[in-house]
Design a protein around this ligand. Structure first.
Ligand SMILES: Cc1cc2nc3c(=O)[nH]c(=O)nc-3n(C[C@H](O)[C@H](O)[C@H](O)COP(=O)(O)OP(=O)(O)OC[C@H]3O[C@@H](n4cnc5c(N)ncnc54)[C@H](O)[C@@H]3O)c2cc1C
Length: 400
């Protein structure tokens, strides 16, 4: 630990002012108006609905339009102490102390906590081939705002690497805003890490007919800046992909921007310091009923946390998770958190994709309906019980 210049008793401390952190504050305040709460966050603490980031550009919504309340306003309304632009750099779980570094103060500060909630999210993965200084991500409103400003100067060519939900959604959003889009993925189709090929083939068809160039089965091997300020994206076919995709696109890919949408990792620094059990891909391990970590008086919620070894990076479960943490911290009797996988809905308009349960690409998927307008498939488990259902409709709903 480095130098400390103050030592404050801060009651409940929450790290991170994303949806998870603010949900915990709402939940505690709905049950206790007075208990001291300190929110420490690396950003400005502004409240915004992150899912809007994949819809905002085509709707011409700027950062200011997306912010529901500034951090200062929200902190005042909730009667909490906000330490914005402040990074938690170390956790001493034995003495219940946090080490803070702030852009406003050169020396490190320490604060105590009685209860600590880890809500620090997960960070975008930048593989070596996607240098962080050349490539954008859309996992935070501040960075998103910078991208939006650059795209506002006129129609541009954007390469999006990774066709999971976020990549597929942002592709459509930017296309609708008038940009040329190339979406690249290792797999033959978007959403291939959660759905079977019969379902994902429809998504490919829908986005391609919309005008998105989809390069399925390709690996980006590097991004460099050319002398004319354009970005050169080098890529090569994955050896195992079908002939069709492997020969489809051989021209050089020269674009104005590259967005990485290649997944999230949990930063290991704080979980390691706190001595909590965690996995960088799935997150901090919590007790499924109480959301307590293995360290005394430390909880975790949101993108940085996993239940039964599975990350659940969606908004819907946050309210119930936050309520459980609030009850547990305030020592109210509670029945325990019951995890229900949320309904997953792709926000694209070219095709409607809705998933319930816990999907996975392989397994015993059975077709229930297969018509030109609709595909419904059930994933059956070993006991022939439905564990997930995907419903794909195109594109009638899209017109609504
Ligand atoms: C573009 C996009 C679209 C999405 N769309 C949907 C959707 O349609 N439906 C859905 O259910 N989910 C969606 N999600 C997922 C959902 O938005 C996230 O699961 C949720 O917002 C995560 O919130 P969080 O608070 O856990 O993390 P974050 O929002 O990442 O917040 C983490 C906070 O921790 C702070 N922090 C990090 N490290 C430190 C540190 N060391 N010290 C201090 N502060 C720190 C950060 O500054 C930030 O304030 C989407 C996600 C993205 C990126």
């Amino acid at each position: 630990m480095s130098t400390e210049n103050s030592n404050t008793q801060s009651g409940i401390v929450i790290i991170g002012a994303g949806l998870a952190g603010w949900h915990v504050i709402d939940a505690i305040r709905s049950k206790d108006k007075n208990i001291p709460i300190t929110l420490v966050t690396a950003d400005n603490g502004d409240r915004y609905h992150k899912p809007m980031l994949t819809m905002a550009i085509s709707q011409n919504k700027r950062v200011a339009d997306l912010v529901r309340a500034t951090g200062i306003e929200a902190a005042e309304a909730a009667q909490i102490t906000l330490l914005a632009h402040t990074q938690v750099s170390d956790i001493d779980a034995v003495n219940q102390k946090l080490q803070l570094t702030s852009s406003a103060q050169s020396d490190a500060t320490a604060i105590d906590y009685e209860k600590l909630v880890l809500a620090m999210g997960a960070h975008p993965i930048f593989p070596k081939s996607l240098p962080e200084d050349l490539v954008w991500h859309v996992n935070h409103i501040e960075r998103f705002g910078q991208l939006q400003e650059q795209l506002a100067t006129g129609s541009q060519h954007v390469a999006i690497v990774g066709a999971g939900m976020v990549g597929t959604e942002i592709a459509e959003d930017l296309l609708k805003a008038g940009h040329k889009i190339t979406l690249i993925d290792l797999n033959d189709a978007p959403l291939s890490q959660m759905l079977p090929p019969q379902a994902t083939a429809r998504i490919t068809k829908a986005i391609e007919s919309q005008g998105i160039e989809f390069l399925g089965g390709y690996q980006v091997t590097g991004v460099t800046r050319n002398s004319d300020d354009k970005l050169h994206v080098s890529y090569e076919p994955i050896a195992s992909t079908s002939e069709n995709t492997a020969v489809k696109h051989l021209e050089p890919l020269i674009v104005d921007h590259v967005i990485a949408s290649t997944g999230l990792l949990v930063d290991d620094k704080l979980p390691t310091a706190a001595g909590v059990e965690f996995d960088r891909r799935t997150g901090i391990v919590v007790d499924a009923l109480t959301l307590r970590t293995h360290a005394a008086n430390i909880y975790a919620i949101g993108d940085c946390m996993s239940i039964n070894g599975v990350a659940c990076r969606y908004v819907a479960p946050l309210r119930a998770q936050a309520a459980t943490i609030a009850d547990d911290i305030l020592e109210n009797e509670h029945d325990g958190y019951v995890h229900k996988p949320p309904m997953i809905r792709l926000k694209n308009k070219a095709i409607s994709v809705m998933v319930i349960g816990v999907p996975q690409p392989s397994g015993n998927w059975q077709v229930k309906t297969d018509s030109a307008d609709e595909l419904v498939m059930n994933l059956l488990d070993d006991k022939e019980v439905v564990s997930a259902t995907v419903t794909i409709k195109a594109p009638t709903i899209a017109k609504a």
